[in-house]
Ligand binder design. Sequence first.
Ligand code: APR
Length: 237
Amino acid sequence: MGDMGNNRNIVILTGAGVSAESGIDTFRDGGGLWEQHRVEDVATPEAFQRDPDLVLRFYDMRREAVQTKEPNAAHHALARLEREPDGDVLIVTQNVDDLHERAGAKNVLYMHGELLNAWCTACDARSRWTGTLIDRPTCPACGAPALRPDIVWFGEMPYRMEEIYGALRRADLFVSIGTSGAVYPAAGFVRDAREMGVETLELNLERSEGSSWFHETRLGPATEIVPAWVDELVDAG
Ligand code: APR
């Protein structure tokens, strides 16, 4: 594929599609419903205020489920790409699972938070959390029973945006994998990257909403098209 092999600094945006074949449901493919609730109705600060038990239970179930899942060939391929000696690879993920890390990736930026973290609304500390929050456990740092999932909800600011834009400015290639392009600011990265003169590639099961912005789109299941792309890039380099 052309001169992709000369690209050295790569920013990879991942979404739910990269974890779908690990058995983690995407947000918008199955109608986006969870026990009759739209995802947007559960994943907001207002929902948490209105019905904290509902929201805590939702994330407790997802936290429990993710610990039974395993990284797939797409996660492993991206970790392999990251280990290549030339250039930098930054994985910016919208996913809150830890499958990139469990596949061995080191350079993962969680822009929408992490399921396996609890965030204390009293003292702002973040703690590794594998159990439940519905029972209102106390914060390991300050002792307050004020923990919430460390998840960026609709209406909240994604994490580490400055770092992400800094990495895009230094990038030669921006790759979007397994995301529908429905949620901003991540959905706007492709346009931002193009304005910065960065090459752009989309890898997804179907065309995303912003598909026409990409220089190239390859369609298929992540476990097939991601390893194939990484092989190509590594061979070319
Ligand atoms: N391989 C590749 N892509 C896939 C696969 C697969 N096996 N299965 C599904 N997809 C694609 C779908 O075609 C879709 O375009 O993954 C995308 C998943 O889209 P969403 O469910 O909208 O997930 P995502 O884009 O990650 O959502 C963004 O929305 O709810 C918020 O904060 C949440 O981070 C999330 C954000």
